[in-house]
Design a protein around this ligand. Structure first.
Ligand SMILES: NC(=O)c1ccc[n+]([C@@H]2O[C@H](COP(=O)([O-])OP(=O)(O)OC[C@H]3O[C@@H](n4cnc5c(N)ncnc54)[C@H](OP(=O)(O)O)[C@@H]3O)[C@@H](O)[C@H]2O)c1
Length: 290
């Protein structure tokens, strides 16, 4: 019995499937594969019954107490992921986030540097989702500290840890100047307060050069109300107006982990009543990698 268990464990540990996943690296269900366990009979090893091994992927969410971040946590849990929620205030987080055995809440301020973030993210994370955004204050540098340096710190932490999947919630119009939208009131407004869009754009560029498999999601104006209309997904530097429910943004972020076509892409999303309903495979599949 002990030998069977030992062999089973060592086979599981060393089996090529134990570290790689055939279809999508992030399947939408709790991740499972089956493997034949071995049984020792005298000096012979024979195959025993098939054993199902469930392995949940763990995702670190930065900004998990935010209006979008908490929805991302909910979506990930619903899809069977394990979630590590990075938050600044543990008490606040406990009052906002669900009580779920697959959820761990940890303190993480993205301005505190990559080394500290790497310790918090830990060596068992498979992906990081960044849903942070500066909180308005008298500190005019806050957008740079959070939306630029903070995101860069997260990317660096991923590099230290070997985490090779990064999802960023950014914004439409980050590249407004290049799109001829320099006089767009939203572009002006968001940059007047601490060059927020420029800070985000530079963080995006850092991710894109990092070598990490990224999906940068640029939503239009965020709404708390439930979805009205279907998701419209366009390539980078396309949309300059429109809004979307935070529920839909969270869904896109969680789906990006599941759908391989989301890799190395920047997508812009809004919702429109008249838009046809499309699958996430189709939405992501229609966006070209740059
Ligand atoms: N509002 C819009 O219409 C709009 C449109 C397009 C894109 N976006 C972008 O979408 C993202 C999500 O927006 P949202 O309105 O849902 O966010 P939000 O509710 O403002 O939440 C922001 C989150 O960032 C966290 N945060 C702030 N500073 C941090 C730091 N130093 N370290 C760690 N976490 C920090 C906050 O933590 P605390 O809870 O502790 O404060 C909070 O969890 C943001 O990047 C935003 O810029 C927004």
């Amino acid at each position: 019995m002990a030998a069977t268990l030992f062999l089973r464990n060592s086979l599981l540990h060393n089996h090529p499937l134990s570290k790689s996943f055939s279809a999508s690296p992030y399947s939408s269900k709790p991740h499972s594969y089956s493997i034949k366990a071995a049984k020792m009979l005298g000096s012979e090893i024979t195959e025993e019954e098939e054993t199902n091994v469930n392995e949940k992927k763990k995702v670190f969410v930065a900004g998990a107490t935010g209006s979008t971040g908490k929805r991302i946590v909910d979506q990930l849990l619903a899809k069977g992921f394990e979630v590590k929620a990075g938050v600044r205030d543990l008490e606040k987080a406990k009052s906002i986030l669900p009580d779920n055995p697959a959820l761990q809440i940890v303190k993480a301020d993205v301005t505190e540097g990559a080394t500290k973030l790497a310790e918090v993210i830990g060596d068992d994370a498979d992906a990081v989702i960044c849903a942070t955004g500066f909180r308005p204050s008298w500190d005019l540098l806050a957008p740079w500290k959070v939306d630029n340096f903070g995101t860069v710190n997260l990317v660096e932490a991923c590099r230290k840890l070997g985490v090779n999947r990064f999802i960023l919630i950014s914004s439409i119009l980050v590249n407004g100047a290049a799109m001829g939208q320099i006089l767009n009131p939203a572009y002006i407004f968001l940059n007047v307060f601490g060059l927020t869009l420029i800070a985000k754009l530079q963080a995006e560029q850092y991710i894109r050069k990092s070598g990490i498999n990224y999906t940068i999601i640029r939503p239009g104006g965020l709404r708390n109300d439930p979805p009205r209309g279907n998701i419209v997904m366009e390539p980078e530097d396309t949309l300059y107006e429109g809004s979307i429910s935070r529920d839909q943004v969270a869904e896109v972020a969680a789906e990006a982990l599941v759908i391989q076509e989301s890799s190395y892409k920047v997508v812009e999303i809004v919702s429109r009543i008249e838009a046809p309903k499309r699958s996430f495979e189709d939405l992501f599949g229609c966006i070209k990698q740059q």
